[in-house]
Structure formats: structure tokens, C-alpha cells
Ligand binder design. Structure first.
Ligand code: NAP
Length: 241
């Protein structure tokens, strides 16, 4: 029997495309987000094996209740994809409040659901946590400071849970997905981007990484080269770029 997958942040971009991709592969899909009209559209489009749930990941306790509600409606969960995220790259809002908002969603919202999901999967004896990080996690960047740092948190946090999973009696997998640029509302209108991947193709590759339970996957693979390249640049040089 095909599995039950919840996608947190499935109202646009990568999350929405992944919801459609996994549905096409036969999964029962739970989709969350704040934009209810988008959830409704998705429900109408997919028709069967689709459940939707309002969720603002920054409302920590509510988000847990809402995840439980979704799980109950779906009759269980095998995979939870933590995709919800915000960036302030090339946005007008910069400064303390803008930084804190990114941290609230990408770090606190993420950790809240990731740690809860791990406990849930330990209790039920199996499960798969998938975190959507970014190639941006590999370096600090003056034009998007909280975003890059928040994605570095995602990598390290999930690495810790992956190690913990290996010491658990339960059969738990933890995958970190590192996309490069992917067409979505997040990068709409942004300048100087390269190797921008179509959303559907990115979703296909993420679907493959989920099914093969990859520990880590770059979307697309060539973005791994950027990771290597960046690590080779000495700090003194990076700081001046
Ligand atoms: N596009 C890229 O180039 C790229 C590259 C690397 C990594 N990523 C990562 O991929 C993930 C998806 O981004 P995307 O590019 O597909 O952008 P997007 O189209 O803007 O999608 C973001 C998703 O996150 C949800 N979200 C945002 N704030 C939320 C909140 N407070 N509570 C609940 N859901 C929230 C949005 O839903 P609602 O607004 O309806 O709540 C939406 O479904 C993000 O984690 C992003 O960092 C993107």
C-alpha cells in the first residue's frame, strides 16, 4: 500500500509541485499552508487521496494540534516534509524585525515540527522526516543573512536527528534536501539568478530522493559543485566578496 505523506507548506512553489508529484505516484497527500484558497484549489485539482489543513508554522502549539488533526484525518502518517519557509532576499524589509520573522518560520517553526515528528515516529515505530534546506545553507551571505543561517540550522539539526535515528529502535529516516534556485514565488522577480530549475522537475527529483531515503540530496545534482567550490574559498577572501 502506498504511503501517507504530509507536506508542510504546500500552497505554492516546491511544496505544491511536490504534493502533485507524490499524489501522481500514488501517495495519500496531506497539504498545509496559510492560504486556504490555495489549499481548496489543490483539493479540487487532485480530488482523491488529498487532505488539507490550515497551518501557520510560526504559531507553535497550534501547528502541533493541526498536524495531529491532519494525521487523524489521514488515518496516520509515514512521511512528513518540512518545506514551509520564507526568505528576505532582495526584499524591502530588512533589519531586526525581518530577521526575526525568518527565524520564527525557518528555525522555530521548523524545529517545533521536526522534533515533534521524530517523537511521533519513535512512538509508532517508523517514519521519514524530510527537511527542505538550501544550497544557501553552505555559506553566510550579506544579502540574505537570516535565511542562509536558518538553512544551516536545518542541516545541523537534521544531521543530529539522523544520528539519533540510528540509535533508535524505530525505523526512522531523515533526509536533508538542498535545492539551488527553483522557480517559485520566493525567487519571482529576483535578479542575477542562474541554473534556475523548473518547479516540476525539482519536485520529481525530490520525490526520487524521498523514495530512495537519501540522507542528503542536492536539487539539481550540479549544485553540489557550488558547495565544494564555496568551501574551498578561504574566509578572508569570502569576507571581502
Ligand atoms: N525557490 C528556491 O530557489 C529555493 C531554493 C532553495 C530552498 N528553497 C526552500 O524551498 C522551500 C519552499 O520554498 P518555495 O521556493 O517553493 O517558495 P514559495 O513558493 O514562497 O513557498 C513557500 C511555502 O511555505 C509556506 N509558508 C511560508 N510561511 C509559512 C508559515 N508561517 N506557516 C506555514 N507555511 C508557510 C507557504 O504557504 P502559505 O504562504 O500559504 O502559508 C508556501 O506554501 C522553502 O523552505 C525554501 O527556503 C527554495
Amino acid at each position: 500500500m502506498k504511503k501517507k505523506i504530509a507536506i508542510i507548506g504546500a500552497t505554492s512553489g516546491i511544496g505544491r509541485a511536490l504534493a502533485i508529484e507524490m499524489h501522481n505516484r500514488g501517495y495519500t497527500v496531506g497539504a498545509t499552508g496559510r492560504r486556504l484558497e490555495r489549499l481548496q484549489e489543490l483539493k479540487q485539482q487532485l480530488d482523491t487521496r488529498i487532505h488539507t489543513q490550515f497551518m501557520d508554522v510560526a504559531e507553535l502549539d497550534d501547528a502541533i494540534d493541526q498536524l495531529n488533526q491532519l494525521k487523524k484525518e489521514m488515518g496516520g502518517l509515514d512521511i512528513i516534509v518540512l518545506n514551509a519557509g520564507v526568505s528576505n532576499y532582495q526584499k524591502e524589509s530588512v533589519g531586526r524585525q525581518a530577521d526575526l520573522h525568518v527565524i520564527d518560520v525557518n528555525i522555530r517553526g521548523f524545529a517545533n515540527l521536526a522534533s515533534y515528528s521524530f517523537n511521533l515516529f519513535e512512538e509508532q515505530g517508523h517514519g521519514h522526516i524530510v527537511g527542505i534546506s538550501s544550497v544557501a545553507s553552505l555559506f553566510g551571505w550579506g544579502l540574505n543573512i537570516p535565511y542562509n543561517a536558518s538553512k544551516a540550522f536545518v542541516n545541523t539539526y537534521l544531521q543530529g536527528y539522523r544520528q539519533k535515528a540510528n540509535h533508535s529502535d524505530a525505523d526512522i529516516s531523515v533526509s536533508t534536501i538542498l535545492p539551488g534556485f527553483v522557480e517559485s514565488e520566493m525567487i519571482k522577480g529576483k535578479k542575477d539568478l542562474f541554473w534556475v530549475q523548473e518547479t516540476e522537475k525539482a519536485a520529481q527529483q525530490i520525490g526520487n530522493a524521498i523514495e530512495s531515503k537519501k540522507n542528503e540530496a542536492y536539487i539539481t545534482k550540479r549544485w553540489r559543485l557550488v558547495g565544494w567550490f564555496v568551501k574551498m574559498i578561504p574566509n578572508w577572501m569570502w569576507n571581502r566578496m
